[in-house]
Write a protein of this length. Structure first.
Length: 373
């Protein structure tokens, strides 16, 4: 079995989507759970990116303390641009699972995210010159991966002509999928694998070389009778002209400015209940507002999860579409939905999974919707 520990739920879903392309029996759970022995890929979603470093390490230690390293391959899914407590979580896994080194390849060349000479680039720009500089919880102010991860860790940026030769965390230069495959080929058995979906896909290709991979064409999400859409970021794009919204007659409600500023949300919640009851399909959004920092981000997640829980209790939707990993985790945790059957990958990173009667579609906040919505 391949066991993946992800630091947010949209990253977990993205990994599960990659496994679906290989037609593998894949389970996604919130935290540790008992899974069938027939499971080939088990993805464990956590929310360690949204908690303190100490809590993140405790969460990881709690999971790995119950895992069996024997006959299993472990993969630590990290944020593709290294937000979160990446080094602390990896060091906990190195110690707890008795690996000597971790090969970390977070970048996804398929999305023009590369590391060259230890510098992280997105679409040719240093990462600290992109939108990630303004991330409310983990603003990226340097493009050097050593500095992003933290000076207290032993990090070695690798050139593609040599393999990891020191213990600890090794970050691999890779500007293409072939570079990633080269780094994986040169990694020893004592390596813990960690990083993004391109690295995980290379691992699947190595482990299942005879599988004909499904190349899913991008498809749209079909509206059912009851739908809830959650745009949980201040940077979310306007969806009012999307195919799904127009076809389903979805009403869009943006969080009022006074609620964003800290006023009680009860009047807004009453409005949401009325709109959902009248139209059966509702999108709720924070809207284009100035980021208020980490504490504000946490408060907004609680407001959005409380709103969705209220709507679900009034009428469980056929389809729930959530943008943003921390928002999705908060919502799903509030609903106590702990395990999911994977349905399909609508597009790379955009995955549909089923709990009970509801299909939950997740999208990382930094990925575009494309033609899916």
């Amino acid at each position: 079995m391949i066991i993946v520990i992800a630091d947010d739920i949209t990253g977990a879903a993205e990994i599960a989507g990659a496994a679906l392309r290989y037609k593998l029996n894949t389970m996604l759970t919130i935290g540790y759970a008992d899974v069938p022995q027939s499971t080939q890929v088990w993805v464990i979603a956590t929310d360690t990116r949204s908690v303190s470093r100490a809590d993140a390490v405790n969460t990881v230690n709690g999971i790995i303390g119950r895992l069996d390293k024997k006959d299993n391959i472990l993969f630590k899914k990290t944020d593709s641009v290294l937000r979160g407590h990446v080094a602390a979580e990896l060091n906990a896994m190195l110690k707890g699972m008795r690996y000597s080194k971790a090969l970390l390849i977070p970048q996804n060349p398929s999305r023009r995210r590369i590391i060259r000479d230890g510098i992280y680039y997105i679409n040719g720009e240093p990462v600290d010159k992109t939108q990630f500089r303004h991330d409310p919880e983990f603003p990226i102010t340097t493009s050097e991966v050593r500095n992003i991860l933290g000076v207290e860790v032993n990090v070695q940026a690798l050139n593609t002509d040599r393999s990891c030769s020191v213990d600890g965390i090794c970050v691999a230069d890779a500007s293409s999928i072939e570079d990633i495959k080269t780094q994986l080929h040169r990694a020893g058995a004592e390596c813990l694998y960690a990083g993004g979906v391109d690295f995980f896909s290379a691992l699947l290709e190595r482990e299942y070389p005879d599988v004909v991979v499904e190349k899913n064409a991008k498809c749209k999400i079909n509206p059912e009778k009851y739908s809830i859409i959650v745009c949980g970021s201040t940077q979310s794009k306007d969806i009012s002209d999307s195919w799904f919204v127009r076809l389903s007659g979805t009403r869009i409600s943006v969080m009022p400015d006074d609620v964003f500023a800290g006023k009680p949300a009860c009047c807004w919640f009453e409005s949401l209940c009325r709109l959902y009851g009248e139209h059966n399909s509702l999108a709720i959004a924070i809207g284009p507002k100035e980021d208020g920092g980490p504490e504000c981000a946490v408060r907004l997640r609680h407001i959005m999860s409380d709103a969705v829980k209220m709507l679900v209790e009034a009428q469980c939707p056929d389809t729930m579409i959530i943008e943003g990993g921390a928002t999705a985790y908060s919502i799903i945790s509030s609903l106590c939905w702990n395990d999911f059957k994977l349905k399909c990958e609508y597009a790379p990173g955009i995955v549909g999974m089923v709990h009970g009667r509801t299909e939950v579609v997740l999208k990382p906040g930094s990925y575009p919707w494309g033609d899916v919505l």
